[in-house]
Each structure stands twice: as C-alpha cells, then as structure tokens.
Design a protein around this ligand. Structure first.
Ligand SMILES: [Zn+2]
Length: 325
C-alpha cells in the first residue's frame, strides 16, 4: 500500500470522515466565530489568525486547503483575522490543556528510544503521567471532566473540560502547574520529603503511582545500585507487584529505614518517572492545540480521544488510510 499522505486523501478525510459534530462537542458552539484556528497548509506554511462564521466554512477550508495539521486556539472579543490578529484583540477564554510528549523523557529513558521513537517500555511514562495528572485534577482540584487526546505522533494532550477553567487567566493556570510541578523544579534538587503539608494528596499520589511504577518495573540489580541489598530488593519488587493498592504506608514498611537509601530512591523515581509537562502549552493562553480528530500530517494518524489511557498505545490509533478504506 502506498502510504504517502496525498492532498486528495486529506481533502477526502475532511469531507467525508472528520466528525465535525463530535469535534464541536469539545469546544462548544458559543463564540465560534471569535475562535482562532491555525493550520499547516501547502508547503508547510503555518497560518494563524483564521476564524470562521460557521462549521461549514471550517470544513470547507480544511477540504480546499487539504490541511496537513489543524489547530484550535482561544476565543477573542472579535473574529481573529489578518487585519485583527490575536495580539491586537482581547483574549476571552481557552480550554485548560496539558501536553505530555515522550521526547521530554529523552535524558532518562533507558530503553534506547530517542526523540519520536517509542516502545512499550517508555510509552508507559506517558501513560503514567496522564493518569497522575488526571487524578490530581479530579481529586485535588475537584474538576469532573478530563479527556485525553492522542497527539498523532509521540504524546497526548489532556483537556480539562470543566467550563470554569475556560476563564482561567495565565496566573491561575501557572498556579495549578506549580502545584503539579513543584517537586519537578529545573534543577531537580527538591526532595519529596520537603513537600509541604497542604500538598499531602500529591505526595501520597507520588508513592501510590510514581514509586509503585518505578519499583515494580525495576530489576533487583537496579535497586542494588541505590544501596539496597539484592535479597531485600527482590522482596520489595515482589511486594509491590502483588500489591493491589500500593500507598505511602506500605512504602514506609517495605523500604529500609535508612535516610540515605530513601533519599537516593525517591530522587531516582522522581527523576525517572515523575510527569514531565510542557509548561508552555499549559501557561500560554494564546497557543493553538491540535484539533481532536484531525490528521497528523507526518504520521497520517488521527488525533483520537483516548478511551482508556492505560490500554492505549500509539500504534493502535487509526490512520487516515484506514479511515478512508
Ligand atoms: Zn522506548
């Protein structure tokens, strides 16, 4: 089969297969004409400041330009256009979005994958990060509705759908990011033990998700390097693998009561497995994000909504060719 992403395939996809109504259920119809869209068209030109009066116009544009990549941005007080670019008009709202890409983990991936490459082993980092953020948004912030969208290549986007988040200004978005990332500072010098009491739910989640994943995927030899005896390491790994609901208390029981070992171990699992969020995507309220169900112009994969992140692997996402068959 010829897997070249020809313009006529893209046009046909947007004409016959792109689920416009379903896409609209994510961004909503209100203020549609004041919503910014961005596209990669022709010979990879990235065009922004585009808006449409209705969804028929949007579809028509995507068909006529056989768009390679499609992005949706924020809502403004007037329709973005070349004459009224987003820098000159007033920002009104945008979804609250997280971006996790596998290449953010390049320095700590042990499987040998780099950049766009992924395998079952390192993809679990993206899955773990999504589960961690999902739980944090729901349990610590009380948001009800978080969806995960495949980016079409090497990562996922989390959209917090609760209406209230649309109005969050940059400072509010940064505050939530900081809560999520304050043990993930640039220099990674902060220890899990230093997390303040008001963030206890986050600390407990680090044990029940991050430490658990790290320990159950470790080999006894890897734990030995952190100062744990081989026999004890085997026992720890088995304990975690058998545990249904691993938590902070169990962690305290099974890990040797040695300050240095504990510090080394927690530094290691935070460095290797704590979610690595692209801060710019969450902070920048004027950014555009890949449209759910659009086609990724390099891979031909469709940016589907992921039903169950625990069982999602990029290879299982449909391609434009399968969709048009
Ligand atoms: Zn890998």
């Amino acid at each position: 089969m010829n897997n070249e992403l020809k313009p006529e395939f893209l046009a046909e996809y947007y004409e016959k297969k792109f689920p416009m109504d379903y896409f609209m259920s994510f961004i909503g119809l209100s203020n549609f004409s004041n919503r910014e869209f961005g596209f990669v068209v022709g010979k990879d030109a990235f065009v922004r400041n585009i808006s449409f009066q209705n969804t028929d116009q949007l579809r028509e544009y995507m068909i006529n330009n056989a768009v390679k990549h499609a992005y949706v941005g924020a809502i403004y007080d007037t329709s973005p256009s070349r004459e009224s670019p987003i820098q000159k008009i007033e920002w009104k709202g945008r979804e609250f979005i997280f971006d996790i890409d596998i290449d953010e983990y390049d320095l700590v991936r042990k499987c040998g994958c780099k950049g766009d490459q992924y395998c079952k082993e390192c993809w679990s980092l993206v899955q773990d990060a999504a589960i961690f953020i999902d739980e944090t948004m729901k349990d610590d912030f009380g948001f009800k509705d978080v969806i995960w969208i495949f980016s079409g290549r090497r990562g996922v986007h989390g959209w917090v759908m609760d209406k209230i988040t649309q109005d969050f200004n940059q400072a509010q978005r940064v505050a939530i990011l900081n809560y999520l990332t304050f043990i993930h500072d640039e220099k990674r010098t902060q220890s899990i033990e230093e997390i303040p009491n008001e963030a206890k739910p986050l600390r407990n989640r680090i044990y029940s998700l991050v430490a658990k994943s790290f320990l159950e995927k470790s080999t006894p030899e890897q734990l030995k390097e952190l100062g744990i005896s081989l026999n004890k390491a085997k026992e720890i790994i088995q304990n975690v693998q058998l545990s249904k609901q691993f938590n902070h208390t169990q962690y305290n029981i099974i890990i040797p009561n040695d300050t240095l070992v504990r510090r080394k171990l927690s530094d290691e699992f935070i460095l290797r497995r704590y979610p690595r969020i692209d801060r710019k995507v969450t902070m920048d309220t004027r950014r555009v994000s890949r449209m759910p169900y659009s086609v990724h112009g390099k891979t031909g994969q469709i940016a589907i909504v992921i039903k169950d992140i625990r069982n999602f692997y990029p290879d299982s996402a449909p391609t434009i060719w399968e969709s048009l068959m």
